[in-house]
Design a protein. Structure first.
Length: 525
């Protein structure tokens, strides 16, 4: 991909994402549709999907960013359903899709068909998460879907390696394949945990926000490459490092937390826009490779999608309730069983993503004997059809399913109450410390009064969230509105002084940074 083509794709995908966000449309869906249409427009470059670009340059930062913002505690509380989906369901889907594909596609060996099954087995949560956040899905569902997407790529790619190796001529037995899987998973977790621990110690020693942020930018690639170097799971290494550092982030420098969040949010938008647009643009190249059998393979793709969907429903519902019947510990931890609508939403949120296409494109051209890799073009086409089909079908209908089932999180009140209680206790502790520091100096009276007023304002704002959706403007809302206008007035004065050369640009940027931080603190969701 040449420089101008890359820039054009980045700019175009960003523009489509901006339109989607402003219109309330799921960006991944619109990007794929626009890419599909653009692939047949004369003059559009032939964008070839480079698997290394996805698996090495794009996948690690996306996984790392998601892991940083994922609650380690919620992942631990839901480890059983996440494991059943990310490991159990992926392996079952691999087997089911592989068996159906070997039966339907003439000349496709079982091992190659299982490679296809591994390619399309892991759902991608980007589209589902975007819909879930917009429609306020319950936190448990979002945690399960997010946790599944963090781990399932590791399961699928490890199974994929074994299936490809067998197809290419390696002599793996079932026990050997299982051993490779276990060692890769354990190695990835160990490397990610060790690297996360090391990086955390380094950033504590640095105590420099900018250096800490810069250090965090290289972590995903270091974790991935270290793990892959020793044939461990790079995906699990990245996820584990991100979970560890995200959980320990309160010990990092405050500026590092602000910068890290902003940088990764911006990077997520660009990377996700780029990769989903690239998916749509593959249509022409993929169909050209199987030109004479498009209709037949498309029918096979529909059957495979149906099989994978049935398997997901057949797996999710029993595993949502069976552990409760078998384990008293599960019943004690969750006294109330989830309503059937929860597993229904999880079952339908099975959209595939860029990892499936990258894995398919990474299939070797030949086996160890030099013969062409059996069914390679068919596997690539079916992976593309499967990915785009689930994105357009399930991704487009997921909002309707959520609304029809009436699935909505009820955490707003409990979150607001917990925040208010914690804020009150924190204010008491801060006031106690302020009393200890107050030396009675008349020169400090105004400072102490200002600090006490700030404590009272934050506490009142926390309790005001429990007041419902009244049209009345609360004191805290009025304070934020008026203080924001005051900040704008201050900023205009400093800007005028900068433009009139009365203060230097460096001074202006420092003052502007302080004003920006205060304005960010005023914003409450």
């Amino acid at each position: 991909m040449e420089g101008l083509q890359l820039i054009g794709l980045l700019v175009g995908s960003f523009a489509v994402t901006a339109v989607a966000r402003r219109s309330g449309i799921s960006p991944p869906l619109l990007l794929v549709v626009v890419g599909l249409v653009a692939s047949f427009v004369p003059g559009i470059p032939d964008y070839q999907l480079d698997p290394d670009l996805i698996l090495l340059l794009i996948l690690p930062p996306l996984l790392y960013s998601a892991a940083l913002s994922t609650s380690y505690l919620r992942i631990r509380d839901n480890i059983l359903p996440i494991s059943l989906l990310a490991v159990g369901l992926v392996l079952v889907t691999t087997a089911a899709v592989g068996l159906v594909a070997s039966w339907l596609v003439t000349g496709l060996p079982l091992a190659a068909a299982l490679a296809l099954g591994a390619v399309v087995a892991p759902p991608d949560a980007v589209a589902a998460a975007a819909v879930g956040r917009r429609l306020r899905l319950p936190r448990q569902i979002m945690t399960i879907l997010g946790g599944e997407s963090l781990v399932n790529d590791a399961t699928a790619l490890t199974a994929y390696r074994v299936a490809v190796a067998v197809t290419a001529g390696a002599s793996y037995g079932i026990l050997q394949g299982l051993g490779v899987f276990v060692l890769a998973a354990a190695g990835g977790v160990a490397i990610g945990w060790g690297l996360g621990r090391l990086v955390h110690r380094i950033r504590l020693a640095l105590r420099d926000g900018e250096l800490e942020s810069a250090l965090g930018l290289i972590v995903p690639w270091v974790a991935y490459l270290l793990a892959e170097r020793v044939h461990a799971s790079g995906v699990l290494a990245v996820v584990m490092a991100g979970l560890y550092l995200g959980h320990r982030s309160p010990q990092a420098h405050p500026m590092a937390r602000l910068q890290t969040r902003a940088v990764w949010q911006a990077a997520d938008i660009l990377l996700e826009s780029f990769v989903f647009a690239l998916i749509g643009l593959q249509l022409r190249a993929v169909t050209d490779a199987v030109d004479s059998r498009i209709a037949q393979l498309a029918l096979v793709g529909v059957v495979l999608m149906l099989a994978a969907t049935v398997v997901r429903f057949a797996w999710v519902f029993p595993t949502a309730y069976l552990p409760r019947r078998l384990s008293r510990r599960v019943r004690d931890r969750e006294p109330v069983a989830p309503p059937w609508r929860y597993p229904a939403v999880v079952s339908w949120a099975g959209m595939r993503g860029p990892v499936s296409l990258a894995a398919a494109a990474a299939l070797p051209l030949t086996t160890e004997s030099g013969a062409p890799f059996p069914g390679r073009d068919e596997i690539v086409f079916l992976a593309f059809f499967f990915t785009v089909g689930t994105l357009l079908l399930q991704g487009a209908t997921l909002p309707m399913v959520i609304r029809r089932l009436g699935v909505e999180g009820a955490e707003h009140y409990t979150d607001a109450l917990a925040e208010a209680q914690a804020q009150t206790e924190a204010a008491r502790a801060a006031e106690h410390r302020l009393n200890e520091l107050d030396d009675g100096n008349p020169l400090h009276e105004h400072v102490v009064a200002t600090l006490r007023a700030g404590l009272e304002s934050r506490t009142n704002a926390a309790w005001e969230q429990l007041g419902g959706r009244s049209d009345d403007v609360t004191p805290s809302e009025a304070y934020r509105r008026m203080r924001r206008e005051m900040l704008n007035a201050e900023r205009e004065v400093f800007l005028r002084h900068r433009n009139e050369r009365r203060i230097d640009d460096e001074v202006f940027r420092r003052i502007q940074h302080e004003l920006d931080l205060e304005e960010v603190m005023l914003d409450r969701e």
